[in-house]
Ligand binder design. Structure first.
Ligand SMILES: NC(=O)CC[C@H](N)C(=O)O
Length: 412
């Protein structure tokens, strides 16, 4: 269908700003938190990432849908975004893998979108004012009426959403080739590329519901535990934090990604806080403080782990713009190491744009890493593969720990 024949649509932000465009995807009305993603490619992976549940995604790339939708790249069984905002959708998708148009895929999953929006102006607005609630409607013509419903819709801060996206039943992703290790992966909104990255390294991955108890997890006798990305506010993740504390207490190797990094931070005794507009895109520079090396990475987070000195001094917080100057950096980095209930821990990675915490690790008394996590996405779907070494590092932790625990006493 030509775009010009599609009904008009309305977008209203919670601070009253109005944008007009055309209905894109399903017709109807939707609400969520308006966030922008700067990825120039990878819209299919973005749309199907469960971490975007209840978020309305604005694409800063002006042309979206050019390569259609294929059967290989989805990161879960459906499109999760609550709404979709684009400038100029493809009229004719073209790619050898394309099976359907993005417009049709949005319709099939009932996802309401809007096209023809000045996404640059909208992004600048969100950057200045912060992420906020939004409504999109192809049925309402009165912005004030839509605004009332936006203001009645739920906020992201305090939202507990893992239960709405997690698997209901455990399932196994078999190791590719010989099985070397077994990992219990807690699904808080897992992207399908993550178990795949482990499986291709000889790991059998048991993906478990978010409600799995410590006893159920330990019954699998895993060589390592993983906690995934996922939607919502990490402050609500009391159950995964409790489970993880049990895992760390037993010295089982642990790796966390994104929401998993926030759960790890909380398990170590750190706080979390909401960023003003968050990081979403596939070209974010992250520095490994332990080596000085910089990686270009994929991000999708609206919350972050607070620096050990406290959330008030953490950069880009919703309440406090923080201090991202070199002086602010060195003051914070001087507190990168902390003593926790499980041993010495530290901030290992930071985002070079704003000094937000991007990685954590926990060591034993001999200084050997036992557990670690990153706020970004080494599974790289979509995104650069700079951080793939982290999966090898996790496998290395399991090799170390099984090596030391399975050798007979006295053997060296
Ligand atoms: N991708 C994620 O895991 C996001 C974690 C969390 N919901 C956040 O927005 O920060």
């Amino acid at each position: 269908m030509s775009r010009n024949t599609q009904p008009s649509a309305l977008l209203v932000l919670e601070d009253g700003r109005v944008f007009r465009g055309r209905s894109y995807g399903a017709e109807g009305e939707t609400f969520g938190e308006a966030v922008f993603s700067t990825g120039m490619t990878g819209y299919q992976e973005t749309l199907t990432d469960p971490s975007y549940h209840r978020q309305v995604v604005v694409q800063t790339a002006p042309h979206i849908g050019n390569t259609g939708m294929n059967d290989e790249d989805p990161e879960s069984r459906r499109i999760w975004v609550a709404g979709y905002v684009v400038r100029d959708p493809a009229r004719l998708p073209s790619n050898w893998r394309s099976r359907r148009s993005l417009d049709d895929a949005l319709r099939a999953d009932g996802v309401v979108g809007i096209s023809g929006v000045d996404t640059r102006a909208l992004t600048r607005h969100l950057r200045e004012r912060g992420a906020m609630r939004v409504g999109i409607s192809s049925t309402e013509t009165d912005p004030d009426a839509l605004l009332e419903r936006v203001l009645a819709s739920p906020v992201m801060k305090g939202a507990e959403l893992a239960a709405e996206v997690t698997t209901t039943e455990p399932y196994v992703v078999p190791a590719v080739g010989t099985r070397k290790y077994t990992v219990a992966a807690v699904d808080l909104g897992i992207k399908s590329m993550t178990p795949h990255r482990l499986a291709e390294r000889g790991v059998e991955v048991h993906v478990l519901p978010a409600t799995t108890t410590l006893d159920q997890l330990l019954a699998l006798e895993p060589d390592g535990v993983f906690m995934s990305n996922g939607p919502g506010d990490p402050e609500t993740a009391d159950h995964p934090v409790k489970v993880l504390r049990g895992v760390l207490d037993r010295g089982i190797p642990f790796f966390g990604i994104c929401f998993g990094n926030q759960v790890f931070g909380r398990a170590l005794g750190l706080g979390t806080y909401k960023l003003r507009y968050g990081h979403r895109g596939i070209n974010q520079p992250v520095q490994d403080l332990t080596t000085g090396k910089v990686e270009v990475t994929a991000h999708n987070h609206g919350f972050a782990v607070a620096w050990p000195t406290g959330a008030a001094d953490s950069p880009d917080s919703a309440d406090d713009a923080g201090d991202a100057s070199p002086a602010g950096r060195s003051r914070r980095h001087a507190h990168a190491e902390i003593e926790t209930d499980f041993g010495p821990a530290r901030v290992t990675h930071v985002c070079l744009n704003d000094d937000v915490v991007e990685g954590l690790s926990l060591s034993d008394r001999d200084g050997r890493t036992r557990a670690f996590s990153v706020q970004y996405h080494p599974e790289a779907a979509a995104g650069p593969h700079d951080a793939a070494y982290l999966f090898d590092r996790f496998v290395g932790l399991m090799a170390d720990s099984t090596g030391t625990t399975t050798l007979p006493e006295g053997a060296a």
